[in-house]
Ligand binder design. Sequence first.
Ligand SMILES: Cc1cc2nc3c(=O)[nH]c(=O)nc-3n(C[C@H](O)[C@H](O)[C@H](O)COP(=O)(O)O)c2cc1C
Length: 214
Amino acid sequence: MIKSMRAGVLMMGMSAGGLAQGTPAIGLPPPETTGGMPLMQALKARHSAREFADRALPPQLLSNLLWAANGVNRPDSGKRTAPSARDWREIDVYVATAEAVYRYDPPTHTLVRVAAGDIRALTGVQDFVASAPLNLVYVADLDRMHDADAEQQARFGAADAAFIAQNVYLFCASAGLATVVRGLFDPVALGKALRLGSRQRILLAQSVGYPARP
Ligand SMILES: Cc1cc2nc3c(=O)[nH]c(=O)nc-3n(C[C@H](O)[C@H](O)[C@H](O)COP(=O)(O)O)c2cc1C
């Protein structure tokens, strides 16, 4: 999936998203932000599915999915498709594929490579996660949740991650994709694989792919 986007590899300088100087990032095609299924139909179709076809998502679909998840929908303010408590924007969406793991950077709509290799099996404890084409992982950065105590960080972080997960559910319903949000994973092993720091917390994961049986 990502291989076909190699032409879009950029060397990013410092951006509003805080990318480090010289971080390799993969540009996504601009998201298609019109059309889709009517909302009431998408709500009717939303469901969890745990069987996926062995087929990667094309770049345009990945772009649309990530924008729907937590993309910038108001460029003037940088605000997102999902709400966040006090506009902290503290949830990062990590994207684990068969090739590598990336962090989605909403301001630049790019994927920043975090680590090479296939860590999909570490994103959960169920068998299907190892072969689901895409596993999204929602990670809160506590350093962005200023003036909040530990209880508020936990509560607001969980809520903010859940809004993103529901955006993904509705996008998948609209696009005919299969998905399931997941709370079961080994946070220590997954945190290591994602190279997280001591102030980052994994809140949820979500598998996405084409349905095994359309
Ligand atoms: C916070 C949360 C955690 C969940 N964790 C898992 C999980 O670890 N594995 C899994 O297969 N499903 C998980 N689910 C999916 C639920 O099992 C599913 O939403 C529920 O059975 C209702 O089915 P539906 O989504 O099709 O309505 C989770 C759902 C939520 C909201």
